[in-house]
Design a protein around this ligand. Structure first.
Ligand SMILES: Nc1ncnc2c1ncn2[C@@H]1O[C@H](COP(=O)(O)OP(=O)(O)OP(=O)(O)O)[C@@H](O)[C@H]1O
Ligand SMILES: [Mg+2]
Length: 450
């Protein structure tokens, strides 16, 4: 049996704080090493010599060994451990400390944290500890909307079931997320358990993550909420198209496009306008437009022994105006009314998906600076050539299936007792979002009756 280790960062506040202290310490060390040494093997060489020096001095004189730690290590490094070094009182203490420092240095030989280059908001940081295989997660600065919207997507992905890791009928997964809401001083775990943070705890968390942000994004985080997310071990849709897509069989490709179609239908219903289907408003009516799809908001997980790629919906924010502006909400309802009354609904959406994806590829192909550009363009062309013959019909089926699934399962579940935990959560954390979702569900229900 494989034991899935949940990173400590997803634990209760004291455990999460400890994990954030470790992350900060390693980030500081990573920063010090990269600014002090031309390469990391050089750092290891210099530090190893100092460790040996401490070990040699230790049997002779505790004080001399302690002095090396306090004075001979580069200041930028000993500064990180200053408090710990000052507390060491015994020979055993020095040995333990050396072990810890060595482990830390090993952990940052490959930096444990990097800023995601794909997103434009955030900033988003990808964390992976080299020494702890399963310990990876994502940090993202955002606002409360994104958390609450993600909770809705999670419910729709699983059809309000608790077993989150079963293959969901909806065709996609959602990463587990917790958060630190600095505006309301709340810590929230992936099971939605909330704790009110003391101001001291809140300050400590904030200081840690602000500093990490400063180190890796060279800026002060200005947003009020930090998402702590399960890290999905795949590629986002853009990278997947660029690298892996070609290896799928025809059947796997069809399944993959089908799942994208399902997700796209749900996005339209919930009002998520920042993924595949592009719906635009310029104060007036909402209309389908062939704008650039956001291929960064889907993660694709595939390995050769699996049947078809799994999709994870990430960055599930629902358009801000569709939560808080009465005018936009009304206009969007009339968009839904018009389009869901049309027999051509799925065809229009599938067409829009193809065009918006093509648009994104055309725009972004020149932005890809790594790798062989000619080869990349060929790969894009290969994908583009399959958009109409292969993707379009599969999108169409996926859209139809989700449309059906909505009426058969999701809307009845939303109206049932099963949805009470979700609705209670939204009622106390984001009532306007709940009201906006209810309006859109009501429109769909009325349309089915007529
Ligand atoms: N949970 C995750 N697991 C793995 N990778 C992730 C995860 N979340 C984000 N990423 C990576 O970081 C990228 C940016 O993430 P995200 O979409 O959340 O940021 P963003 O700044 O809001 O993006 P944008 O504004 O461009 O939509 C993703 O495309 C993906 O490559
Ligand atoms: Mg995104």
């Amino acid at each position: 049996m494989t034991v899935i280790r949940v990173p400590k960062i997803f634990g209760l506040p004291p455990l999460a704080l400890k994990a954030s202290n470790t992350l900060l310490r390693l980030s500081e060390l990573d920063y010090a090493i990269s600014s002090l040494f031309s390469d990391r093997s050089k750092a290891l060489e210099v530090l190893s010599k100092l460790w040996i020096e401490v070990e040699e001095k230790l049997p002779v004189s505790f004080k001399a060994a302690h002095d090396i730690l306090a004075q001979k290590f580069p200041h930028q490094i000993s500064r990180i451990y200053a408090e710990k070094i000052s507390q060491i009182a015994t020979e055993e203490g020095i040995r333990k400390f050396l072990l810890k420092m060595r482990r830390d240095v090993q952990s940052v030989l490959i930096p444990p944290l990097k800023k995601s280059l794909r997103g434009t908001k955030g900033p988003t940081f990808l964390v992976k500890y080299r020494r702890k295989q399963k310990c990876s997660f994502v940090l993202k600065w955002t606002n409360q909307d994104e958390i609450a919207c993600n909770v809705i997507y999670e419910a729709f992905a699983t059809n309000f079931m608790q077993e989150k890791h079963l293959n969901p009928r909806s065709g996609f997964f959602v990463p587990e997320i917790g958060c630190l809401d600095f505006e309301r001083s709340i810590h929230e775990m992936p099971n939605r358990e909330q704790t009110n943070l003391s101001s001291e705890m809140c300050i400590k968390f904030k200081r840690n993550f602000q500093r990490i942000t400063e180190i890796y994004a060279s800026k002060i985080a200005s947003k009020g909420v930090l998402i702590l997310s399960e890290r999905i071990g795949g590629e986002n849709l853009f990278d997947f198209i660029l690298t892996t897509y070609r290896e799928l069989t025809r059947e796997q490709k069809e399944k993959f496009f089908n799942r994208l179609g399902r997700l796209a239908m749900l996005d339209v219903v919930t009002g998520n306008l920042d993924r595949l289907v592009q719906i635009f408003t310029d104060q007036g009516e909402y209309t389908l437009q062939d704008l650039e799809a956001n291929l960064g908001n889907v993660m694709v997980v595939w390995s050769k022994d699996k049947n078809a790629p799994f999709l994870y919906a990430i960055d599930n924010g629902i358009e801000k105006d569709l939560i808080s502006s009465d005018l936009h909400r009304k206009k969007y309802l009339s968009f839904l009314q018009t389009h869901f009354s049309s027999r051509n609904l799925e065809r229009m959406l599938a067409e829009n998906m193809v065009k918006s994806i093509q648009h994104a590829l055309d725009t972004q192909v020149d932005d890809v600076s790594t790798g062989n550009v000619v080869e990349l363009k060929k790969q894009f062309q290969f994908f583009s050539d399959e958009l109409y013959p292969l993707a379009y019909p599969a999108f169409l089926r996926g859209l139809e299936e989700m449309h059906f699934h909505l009426y058969e399962n999701l809307i009845p579940s939303w109206e049932s007792e099963k949805a009470s935990p979700l609705k209670n959560y939204l009622k106390s954390n984001h009532p306007r979002l709940l009201a906006a979702q209810q309006e859109r569900i009501d429109i769909l229900k009325n349309l089915r009756r007529s």
